[in-house]
Write a protein of this length. Structure first.
Length: 367
């Protein structure tokens, strides 16, 4: 892995991340392809939307279609016909959010599959082994995720367990693949500092802030990001997991974050919410029934260049699958364009002005 910075604006950074002879620009937004597929899109759609990196999930892929099948193809890239970067989440969050009858010990987590009820065991070693066998580009350590709110004692115990699992994840990386650590500690600044310092001492290839966007107030989330992001190593990529509102991304970029992922652009598209240069548009609003203009006249995506918002509204009302696809294409393109704007604003030292504009455009989704 190689990470280089091309420009700074205060804490904000514009850089380039190269892994396995594939390079992306940062700040970067990772489109979610949990099962090796971005819902309603194929890999040709992704490339037309300027997507350079996607996020898939080791937990889900281990259960369906299974590690053996993916190995048979030579890896996840070959299975889904994708030549861009892939980052895989370790499955820690999914174990604790989707698993049933969970039993957690130092060894790992035992739970019942949310799909068929079978007993499943996941540990740092198993998670790293799965991620290695499916030949992802960037792996995440296996960590414990806890609910919000959690008291200090519970959070501290969980953070300490995640640090022990981080050490084991690093030792289990037998193929020496790119591996990111995950800072935990809930909403407690001292625990975040302890986790951050310990992970830096372990010397991972990159660092993520986990356990955010789990129900905490927006100002608390940004306090955690503002306090921790710029204190992570300058020469390594920084990633905040699971945040996806345009303003939240912009504020985190300002704080020094390089990488993001979230289901918001794709999930919200399937529910008729479109991100535009004029803010949010809701396709099910009656005012679009006879509107012959595109979703966003300033957008160059396939959807906006070829279809009107009234046509997409018609498709949505008729439950046509094409509606979800066209709206997803638009939102994915919008997010990639947003990241390009943020990057250019860092380079031109105009990030504050861009954030001011985003605050005006997206004031209704600031919270």
């Amino acid at each position: 892995m190689k990470f280089s910075l091309e420009s700074n604006h205060k804490h904000a950074r514009a850089g380039r991340l190269s892994v396995n002879n594939k390079t992306i620009n940062t700040p970067a937004f990772m489109t979610i392809g949990t099962y090796g597929s971005v819902k309603t899109m194929d890999t040709f759609d992704l490339k037309k939307c300027n997507v350079e990196i996607i996020l898939s999930n080791a937990f889900h892929l281990m259960l369906r279609p299974g590690t053996a099948l993916i190995e048979k193809f030579g890896g996840l890239h070959q299975l889904m016909n994708w030549d861009g970067l892939i980052l895989t989440d370790s499955g820690g969050y999914q174990v604790f959010s989707l698993g049933k009858d969970i039993k957690i010990t130092d060894v790992g987590a035992e739970f019942r599959s949310p799909f068929n009820g079978d007993k499943v065991f996941m540990s740092p070693e198993i998670s790293i082994d799965v991620q290695t066998k499916i030949n992802t580009d960037i792996m995440m350590i296996f960590d414990e995720c806890i609910k919000y709110p959690s008291n200090l004692s519970v959070t501290e115990k969980s953070m300490e367990l995640s640090l022990r699992w981080a050490e084991r994840s690093k030792k289990a990386n037998y193929a020496s693949k790119t591996l990111f650590g995950i800072v935990q500690g809930g909403m407690y600044p001292k625990l975040r500092e302890e986790s951050r310092r310990a992970l830096i001492d372990m010397d991972f290839d990159g660092y993520a802030l986990g356990g955010l966007s789990v129900g905490e107030p927006s100002d608390v989330m940004h306090e955690i990001i503002d306090e921790n992001a710029h204190k992570l190593p300058d020469n390594k990529p920084r990633y905040v997991m699971g945040i996806g509102k345009p303003l939240d991304i912009a504020y985190a970029v300002r704080a020094g974050v390089d990488m993001f992922d979230c289901v918001i652009p794709t999930r919200n598209a399937r529910n008729g919410q479109l991100f535009t240069s004029e803010g949010i548009k809701r396709i099910r609003n009656a005012k679009y029934a006879n509107d012959t203009s595109p979703v966003d006249s300033n957008c160059q995506c396939y959807t906006c260049k070829n279809f009107s918002i009234s046509y997409i509204k018609h498709l949505d009302r008729c439950n046509e699958i094409l509606a979800a696809r066209l709206m997803t294409i638009h939102n994915v393109y919008f997010y990639q364009n947003l990241m390009a704007k943020l990057r250019n604003a860092i380079i031109s030292s105009s990030l504050d002005e861009l954030i001011n504009q985003l605050e005006s455009d997206f004031k209704e989704v600031r919270e």
